[in-house]
Write a protein that binds this ligand. Sequence first.
Ligand SMILES: *Cc1c(COP(=O)(O)O)cnc(C)c1O
Length: 404
Amino acid sequence: MGFIKDLGEIYLAGNYQRFPVAFVRGKGTRLYDEEGREYLDFCAGIAVCALGHAPEVLAQAICEQAQKLLHVSNLYWTEPQAQVARLLCENSFADKVFFCNSGAEAVEAALKLARRYAWKNFGPEKHQIVALENSFHGRTYGALSATGQPAYWQGFEPLVPGFRHVPPNDIEALQRAVTGETCAIILEPILGEGGVIPLEESFIRAARELADKNQALLIFDEIQTGVGRTGRLFAYEWYGIEPDIMMLAKGLAGGLPLGAMLAREEVMAALEPGTHASTFGGNPVSCAAAQVVLKIVLNKDFLKEVGLKGLSLAQRLNSLKEEFSELVQEVRGKGLLQGLVLKVSASPVMRFLFEEKRILVTCIKDRVLRFTPPLIVAYREIDALYEALREALKNYPLKEVQNA
Ligand SMILES: *Cc1c(COP(=O)(O)O)cnc(C)c1O
């Protein structure tokens, strides 16, 4: 082991804190390193590999599309792009879709649309955007300015002006922040990077009502929660409250880069020809992959299974909370987006799972272990995760691993 890592350390930017492993292939919920060692993946590329690694149907669709048409400009139409847009609109509140390549780009498109819509209909004064503390919307300047985590701003200011942040689930703070100058409220139904924090239905309802009262748009960032992750196609379905704009990325094309910004027709009309664009956005190969993902995830039985597996995972985590009440504070999440909130540092547990059990999980906000397995994860794999977590918590603080 080590050649890939050594090469990367010489030539790659040091902006990632990487585990000391290089993966060379994957299948289903499993990844394999240079020496053929197997890992069980509860990260899934951070909620990206929805159908698991290298699924046959997806690989086949990608190959077929690659042999037919790799890329043409958005000056022309392509079938995969139009078909994915149709699938998204027929199964959501939206009428129109703009495609890009990533989450941050979808957020940028949404922010630009919100300002442009307000500018066109109400004038330039209406440009304020209200976002949540602890939110995460991406690393480009607009998305970073919406992101309510000052740690991510450090050294990059000045940010884009016109953003205000309020604490999640604080209706009064939201009421104070939203005014006639607000053009949009942007929120994640479950704050993912912020620590797997689900928003309360009353808060989302208040956001909808405040947006309506102030002629502002409600934007849901479903980049992490969308495409089946929570057991519904989109997390907003749990609340029965629809946004005006929604962003998708991560799981949308099952591992290929694709972002989407969806809106009602009247709203999307503000993006007139020439106002926004993306060279690669809605690439035929990515869209061919998204078609496969959506057709599978749209199956009612598939979504029901995701919900049941999510319940099983939550149940397992809750039994850890009971057994280790001195270490575990809370279990949060929905479907296969779950967080185990510890009262102590979570990274020793993450390292133990990696080094001793070869299970991949993510650790956020120091004390939260996040689980975002492929949606096809098996019950026995959830059991394996549970056993490994149980061993880790039993042996906490895991001194021998910390020194390894
Ligand atoms: C990951 C994520 C983003 C950013 O997506 P990128 O593809 O990394 O730019 C934005 N919003 C949410 C909710 C995310 O989870």
